[in-house]
Design a protein around this ligand. Sequence first.
Ligand SMILES: NC(=O)c1ccc[n+]([C@@H]2O[C@H](COP(=O)([O-])OP(=O)(O)OC[C@H]3O[C@@H](n4cnc5c(N)ncnc54)[C@H](OP(=O)(O)O)[C@@H]3O)[C@@H](O)[C@H]2O)c1
Length: 215
Amino acid sequence: MDNNHNNNTFMIIAIIGSTGSIGKGFVLQFANTVENTIYVCGRDKDRTAAATEEYKKIVNHPEMLIPVTIQHGIENSDIVILAIPADGLEDIYKLQEFFKLGQIIISPVVDFKNPSIISVAEKIQTRLSFTKVVSAFQNVPAHIMETSEKRPTILVSSDFDDAKKIIIDLINHDTKFYALDAGALKNSRVIEQLTPLLVKIAKLNGLKDLSIKVE
Ligand SMILES: NC(=O)c1ccc[n+]([C@@H]2O[C@H](COP(=O)([O-])OP(=O)(O)OC[C@H]3O[C@@H](n4cnc5c(N)ncnc54)[C@H](OP(=O)(O)O)[C@@H]3O)[C@@H](O)[C@H]2O)c1
């Protein structure tokens, strides 16, 4: 993979869970440039095809969206986004032979059901140790991902500086969001825990779709 995204490098991005709430947001954010080919990945062929048709009506470059199986998306992409619930990750680990050495994985996953001190992103890095896990997007509600109402900060952490830079550049170049380097992957522990706190703050104050802005 060429690392110079902003020098017209073409990226192939596989979005697993693309039929879901935040998966749709990822598609809409990243499919507005001809520089990104988006693999719309799902478990069910018909559901994935229907979602792709829906998204094609909304994005600027519908020709860049391709519905594929999860395995195909993993095998043929530069970046894999795991937009799935934490309890679905075991299914992804079963496909580990299809990931490539050094492939970038973006984890926006928050484990609401079984929170632990170790972050989900670190657990993914341990299980898929030959890939480069980048933690990002946990603090953006799906509705904000889909619309252009706000410009929240995306805190990006990883143990791989090259992968982190690629994702920060990708976010700042191709989306409306503002990405900041949040250091090593272990910082995802704090970042993931901000999400249930934001949900609680929203509930306490009669608000919804809270995100964060660091400036
Ligand atoms: N929603 C938010 O506002 C938000 C914000 C930040 C982070 N997140 C995180 O993003 C992740 C997804 O949340 P969501 O709200 O978008 O969930 P969702 O609407 O329920 O969508 C989940 C998606 O994951 C897929 N999926 C479920 N189990 C799977 C498995 N075992 N293997 C492969 N794919 C599977 C589903 O695809 P099928 O079509 O195949 O069923 C569906 O597309 C979660 O980890 C959540 O913590 C969500």
